[in-house]
Design a protein around this ligand. Structure first.
Ligand SMILES: Nc1ncnc2c1ncn2[C@@H]1O[C@H](COP(=O)(O)OP(=O)(O)OP(=O)(O)O)[C@@H](O)[C@H]1O
Length: 241
């Protein structure tokens, strides 16, 4: 069960891969309209936790919840259809398709089919200004991210999991991305979880932050408190915990 007010998350997740313990007793939850940061040093288990939440990995112990629904037995595509959207560190787009064709493919990927109006709305929402005749492969990193976000947003997801969405972006683009994500959370009540290495980026946008280290959750709270936490300092900078 999730705590009162939470709409998505996991409880007591234990994951082993290839005989190695990757996650130990990990719990995390997010509310509607909340932007959550997930941080931790390299190899802490952040991406593995996203794979558990999105349904690519099935943990040996623990559960994933969307409201009261237990998602444990559902594969990644079923969770996506229930409103668990996911982006990846590399914005891989279908290079040869135009923006228009890519959005059309997303509209028709599964029932219910979305309308052309939904695609136009989503492209406007993410401020994708490029011509729809352009091939997706010709877009820069930020426009690729926007195109992939538009494909997700047209279906009005309930949860958005984003693995290092600021990777490859310049500062002005990161500022625009922050505004977009705040808008998704505030106006569309989307629950957002972001993986980010750079603490300073999360300080500006996250309502709350979780810190993973060596597969265990070592801190949770407001960004300014978490960043001062001795265990977090030790995990990041090798100080004394
Ligand atoms: N399929 C796998 N089989 C065995 N070990 C794995 C597998 N995938 C990941 N790992 C290991 O699990 C640990 C956590 O990896 P993960 O990619 O989840 O960490 P991360 O916090 O996302 O790291 P980074 O910030 O470097 O992306 C690492 O030690 C990694 O080598």
């Amino acid at each position: 069960m999730l705590p009162t007010g939470a709409c998505f998350g996991c409880e007591g997740v234990m994951l082993s891969l290839g005989g190695r313990r990757i996650l130990s007793d990990v719990s995390l939850h997010v509310k509607r309209g909340e932007v959550l940061g997930l941080i931790g040093p390299n190899g802490a288990g952040k991406t593995s936790l996203f794979e558990v939440l999105s349904g690519r990995y099935h943990p040996q112990q623990g559960s994933v919840f969307l409201d009261e629904l237990r998602l444990d037995r559902l594969d990644i595509f079923r969770r996506a259809r229930l409103g668990v959207a996911r982006t990846y560190q590399s914005p891989v787009v279908p290079n040869a398709l135009t923006i228009g064709q890519t959005l059309r493919a997303a509209r028709k990927a599964y029932a219910p089919m979305m309308s052309a109006h939904d695609a136009e709305w989503a492209a406007r929402l993410v401020r994708l200004d490029a011509s729809w005749d352009r091939t997706a492969g010709s877009l820069d990193t930020f426009d690729r991210r926007k195109l992939l976000l538009a494909c997700l947003m047209m279906r009005r997801p309930r949860v958005l999991l984003m693995d290092e969405p600021a990777s490859g972006l310049i500062n002005t683009e990161i500022a625009e991305l922050d505004l977009l994500l705040r808008k998704f959370a505030d106006e569309y009540h989307l629950a957002i979880i972001l993986i980010e290495h750079r603490l300073e980026l999360l300080g500006a946008i996250a309502d709350r932050v979780y810190v993973l280290d060596l597969g265990a959750m070592i801190a949770e709270g407001a960004p300014e408190d978490v960043f001062r936490d001795d265990r977090v300092q030790a995990a990041y900078f090798g100080g004394v915990a």
